[in-house]
Design a protein around this ligand. Structure first.
Ligand code: TXA
Ligand code: MG
Length: 339
């Protein structure tokens, strides 16, 4: 596994990306930064290249991949129909953390779409991703560059830890920004449907195009999700995670009870709550929802066995980006305790 450093953009981006691009064009796998999380890329038109992604991640074969492109012109070459509201969403939010599910025209390999008739397409805004995709000039299939089931990677170190020896290389562009994945929207019907909450919020989508629906599976656990990947337990840290809702004083009392049973407790919360609740180890996720999203996956990887026996994480508001934060935390947690 090679590592190309592009954190110092002006100096070495072109040369270092050139090598990564040739590896991709030769049909191998390269991880690269996007504004959400690192992606594990491969030539989306090559069944053999795409198979290496599934292999490296240990990803279930029925979970489709997102095709990444640099420009709107490339989109028309991958799908059969683009509704007007998608044009509007592209003008407002792309390039950016949004993925459009549209009818596929079959240009991408069958294993990209896992046999579905639709394909998810996204234009990342990260300058390294943009350069890489422009230089490749082919669609690049890319799921998050983590081992299947683990938290998504927001730094090259996370990718390295999960996939070293399993992929051809990593382009190291430093920490990502948004921190949670793109919003996945089904755009095959008259009204867009959010399949996975993410970097572009429901409120932003509604302000842009009016009515937006959400996949019933996002609110009701008994429904089958329409994004195949949403049915899997996900984002799991190495240590048991409990999500908790309550007043800081009640949370601290709960944590003390657990500590009296002889368990060491790590506590993840906003900066504000972190000051009010003492545990064996406190980890602040930041002051506001944006910072919390940005730091979330790194925090889920930060606690190690030996340090703590259980991680307790504060439940956050589900407004704005909070919807994506809580969606990920609920998937990562083994229980949701409401005090
Ligand atoms: O921010 C992101 O979207 C990152 C970066 C790397 O771009 N990528 C990412 O990919 O999160 P992945 O594979 O980890 O998640 C893609 C999600 C999965 O839940 C998958 O099931 C869903 O999108 N998906 C992909 N294609 C789909 C399709 N045609 N129909 C429904 N869901 C689809
Ligand atoms: Mg993923």
């Amino acid at each position: 596994t090679k590592r190309w450093n592009v954190t110092n953009m002006e100096k070495d981006i072109t040369k270092n990306i050139e090598e990564a691009v040739s590896v991709l064009l030769a049909g191998d796998t390269v991880a690269f930064p996007t504004e959400t999380v690192y992606g594990l890329g491969a030539d989306a038109t090559s069944e053999r290249a795409v198979a290496k992604i599934f292999e490296a991640k240990g990803r279930p074969q029925d979970n489709p991949l997102i095709a990444h492109i640099a420009t709107k012109e490339q989109l028309t070459k991958l799908v059969t129909d683009i509704p007007d509201y998608v044009d509007k969403l592209i003008d407002l939010f792309a390039p950016g953390p949004i993925t459009f599910v549209l009818p596929s025209n079959g240009v991408c390999a069958d294993n990209v779409t896992a046999g579905l008739s639709t394909i998810g397409v996204r234009m990342p805004s990260h300058p390294v991703a943009q350069q890489l995709l422009r230089a490749c000039n082919i669609p690049i299939a890319a799921p998050s560059a983590n081992l299947s089931g683990k938290p998504s990677p927001t730094s090259a170190e996370h990718v390295w830890g999960d996939l070293y020896g399993r992929i051809a290389g990593v382009v190291d562009g430093g920490a990502t920004g948004v921190g949670v994945e793109s919003t996945v929207i089904d755009c095959t019907q008259d009204i867009p449907v959010v399949l996975r909450p993410g970097g572009i919020t429901r409120e932003q989508l509604e302000a842009a195009v009016g009515t937006v629906m959400v996949d019933p599976a996002l609110v009701n656990k008994d429904e089958k999700p329409r994004a195949p990947g949403m049915k899997y337990r996900h984002y799991s840290p190495d240590i048991d995670l409990w999500l908790i809702k309550g007043k800081p004083a009640d949370i601290e009392k709960f944590i003390n009870d657990v500590r009296e049973e002889g368990k060491k407790v790590g506590f993840m919360a906003s900066e504000h709550t972190s000051h009010l609740v003492k545990a064996d180890k406190n980890l602040s996720l930041g002051f506001d929802a944006k910072e919390i999203a940005s730091n979330l996956y790194d925090a889920l990887r930060a606690f190690k066995h030996g340090d703590v026996d259980v991680i307790v994480c504060e439940a956050f508001s589900e407004e704005g980006i909070g919807q994506a934060i809580m969606n990920r935390l609920k998937k990562a947690a083994s229980q949701y305790i409401e005090l």
